[in-house]
Design a protein around this ligand. Sequence first.
Ligand code: XMP
Length: 509
Amino acid sequence: KIIILDFGSQYTQLIARCVRELNTYCEIQPCLKPIQWDASIKGIILSGSPFSVNDAGAPDVDIAAMAAKVPVLGVCYGAQLMARNFGGEVGKSHVREYGRAFMEHSNKSAKLLYDISPRSQVWMSHSDTIKKVPEGFEIIAVTDNIPVAAFQSTTLAAHPILGIQFHPEVTHSVEGKMILRNFLVHICGMSQDWTPAAFVEETIARIKAQVGNKKVIMALSGGVDSTVAAELVHKAIGSNLYCIFVDNGLLRKDEFELVLDSYKHMGLNVKGVNAKDLFYNALDGVSDPERKRKIIGGLFIDVFTSEAAQLQDIAFLGQGTIYPDVIESVSVNGPSATIKSHHNVGGLPEKMNMQLVEPLRFLFKDEVRRVGREIGISEVFLGRHPFPGPGLAIRILGAITADKVKMLQEADAIYIEALKDDNLYDKVWQAGTILLPVQSVGVMGDERTYEFTVALRAVTSTDGMTADWAHLPYEFLAKVSNEIINRVRGINRVVYDISSKPPATIEWE
Ligand code: XMP
């Protein structure tokens, strides 16, 4: 594997995804955390950073010690750190380079630039620049603006040390991926064999070894992650996996029945638990969003633990945790490592005293989908939009009633169906309807109405952290509005949410 040391750049995860798209496994770790060396580590990449290497307190690492073991590639800040640490010079340049630049090179023997065009577009984002490379290094590429776009060690360490000022991980660096490939293949000797098929095989073997003939319990949500995770565990241990799928009364229209049915078709040993009334009763009269979340999370744990208690000798809890939930990243405010810990089902592992089985712990979302495809999971699961754990409860503003849930389910079903019919479903990242606690006057036939308003939400995004409202066609919105108002009793007005995140959020609560 490759270790990517994170110095706090916004692009660190992009480097990881790029390396993995090259079928090479990598892990991100905070720059100041000591590397746990073992024979599987074949190279190190040092990321960019919001710091300047000349700042007091700028994060620093012992590159020579790393290069004694494996090749090291520095990107942007990483490259500047190399230059400075080996006695070169880094300083503010009179030209700051942001955006497009053209890298020129002619050194035919530089492995990092094998097969790269002599003049290649790269993407820059730096105000410091490397003014002089240290002794024992040579420049292998320049741009019109800067004298050092790429450099490499000549004699210094047991393994090559290479630095590049530009960001190979962004798509605007046209041959960036090939440059990373050169590093992985020609310099680190990686064989690009980390494929979905290899991952599946390896993971099933790992689960078998971890669990043996003991039993695992898992909560399913109908989402991509828990479904793929469950199927991997199922492939490893068969009927020793016990799944529970809870109907909290806050799912989409008919979703509980449909999803439960699909799970059974997949051969999963799954129990559907109808707990609607329990949730409705506990939520009665509650309108504060955080209280709703807490009540739903708490009740879920109660239902799940009581179901688990009816089974004997369960030793493991399976979860669909994915990599973005567990990456320890470097805070932009300081080099100290801030750790974001996250459990899909908060509080469960501690409460139940079980060990965790998390087969997707090191995968990004798109990788989970690829693995899902590899093991034959239906596109109905793989292409599904994200759906929040608290479900429709946080899409009904104000207090929740069974009638309101029903009204929203109908409106939502019309909207989602229409998105699918018009081939728009896969073009947006997430879509849903929100029931507003607002009634307004309308006229239907000859009658005055005084009914509720539904807001339609659709966003484009890559990870849900930022999002833009989707520019859906007017004709489409007109059609959906018409259908909802005509078909759903209690709704006489439909509006479209045109807020981006930030400053708004995707959900309304
Ligand atoms: P926001 O509203 O924060 O949503 O922009 C970002 C993404 O997270 C989902 N979301 C949740 N998921 N429990 C969840 O499991 C929650 O409490 C929750 N709140 C928001 C939301 O649907 C979107 O995909």
